[in-house]
Design a protein around this ligand. Structure first.
Ligand SMILES: NC(=O)c1ccc[n+]([C@@H]2O[C@H](COP(=O)([O-])OP(=O)(O)OC[C@H]3O[C@@H](n4cnc5c(N)ncnc54)[C@H](O)[C@@H]3O)[C@@H](O)[C@H]2O)c1
Length: 347
């Protein structure tokens, strides 16, 4: 695969997220931001001016001018734009969710393979330093609790909260648990939206016995992005938004043969909390790097383009997350139809 000195790149779709792609790519020494593309000429012009690059309104004008693109248009257009990119010899980072349907994801994987192009999917939380900092501390997962809540975004309304928001946690959980999903219980409901779910509560059971309880909402009055991972001998607490992480692990005292917590005489202990969270359980706040997740993600993509190395969130991972999201929506639909009489159904 060609190894250009600086990867010539363009951003397609410079709305809420795409303008940040342009900002970061402009800063990366290994990339040359050749153009930004948006079907809205005003947006294309504004962002091009801000980052001293060319404004285009039709992505097909990029043909022969760039090595790679990042695709940050609404999800329903991902397939059309990404398939054009591969067919025209370009590498692509496709924002999450990878595409609208499972069939589209399969086709994109085939096209990327056929044209020997890099396909990375924008599951940005994999590059969140809070996750990277504890990744090696995760061992056998017993269960996971994930909460991802936000106020109504007035964007990404072409999909529901499972595809838009929960998909981040689905991708992370699949990468952590490393086992197939055996059972899905799911409840979803629309609140503000007419056609899509705004809240979802899901319980996944994996073949290896791990369980994940996942909540997603886009009608919350606060923003929360947290995950708690309970392993055999430790517990990891992650705050993606606050970029903070803690590891709770058992102290050697708990492994002493003659120590039984049931027999502890607490009458002589002044501070029970201190006893538990010091003598029995060690609490370590992990030092988190200052890296911007989007910058790490785009650096990773540029590196993959330059070296031909497989990105850590490729098309297979993108497809697996979409497949699980579809299975969750099917389970939730079954639950909804079973319990909501036809005349009251809104979803
Ligand atoms: N990774 C993340 O955390 C994250 C966060 C936000 C959005 N996203 C994803 O990014 C994508 C865009 O989301 P957004 O919130 O930035 O949306 P947005 O509506 O703010 O921006 C999309 C832009 O694409 C332009 N556009 C639409 N069709 C186009 C076409 N055919 N050619 C060129 N431009 C076109 C629109 O004019 C708009 O400016 C979605 O797939 C969304 O799921 C990912």
């Amino acid at each position: 695969m060609a190894q250009p000195e600086r990867v010539k790149i363009a951003v397609i779709g410079v709305g809420h997220l795409g303008k940040n792609h342009a900002r970061v790519l402009k800063e990366l020494p290994a990339a040359e931001l050749v153009a930004v593309v948006d079907s809205d000429p005003k947006k294309a012009g504004e962002i091009a001016e801000r980052f001293h690059t060319e404004a285009l309104t039709d992505y097909k004008q990029l043909k022969g001018r760039v090595d790679a693109v990042t695709i940050v248009v609404p999800t329903r257009h991902h397939y059309e734009v990404a398939s054009w990119a591969f067919e025209n010899g370009l590498h692509a980072l496709v924002e999450k969710p990878m595409a609208y349907t499972i069939d589209e994801c399969h086709k994109l994987n085939e096209l990327a393979k056929k044209h020997k192009r890099i396909l990375q999917v924008g599951h940005i939380e994999r590059f969140n330093p809070a996750l990277s900092s504890i990744r090696n501390a995760i061992n056998t997962v017993a269960f996971i609790e994930a909460d991802r809540l936000s106020p109504y975004p007035f964007r990404s309304t072409d999909v529901g909260v499972v595809m838009d928001v929960m998909i981040h946690d689905l991708d992370i959980i699949l990468s952590i648990v490393g086992s197939e999903v055996e059972d899905i219980q799911a409840v979803c409901t629309p609140v503000l939206s007419k056609r899509h779910e705004d809240i979802a509560s899901v319980r996944l059971t994996f073949k290896n016995g791990s369980v994940a309880n996942i909540t997603a909402s886009r009608i919350s009055d606060k923003s929360v992005r947290k995950m708690r991972i309970f392993c055999a001998d430790r517990y990891l607490n992650l705050d993606f938004a606050g970029k903070q992480a803690w590891i709770y692990s058992k102290t050697p005292k708990l492994d002493q043969e003659d120590f039984h917590v049931e027999n502890v005489d607490i009458s002589g202990i002044d501070d029970l909390m201190q006893f538990v969270f010091n003598d029995l359980i060690r609490v370590e706040q992990v030092v988190i790097g200052e890296e911007e997740p989007l910058k790490e993600e785009l650096k990773h993509f540029i590196h993959a383009v330059k070296t031909g190395e497989r990105p850590k969130v490729g098309g297979e991972e993108g497809l697996a997350a979409i497949q699980l999201a579809h299975d969750i929506l099917a389970a939730a639909r079954e639950h909804y139809n079973k319990h909501v009489p036809e005349e009251h159904r809104r979803w």
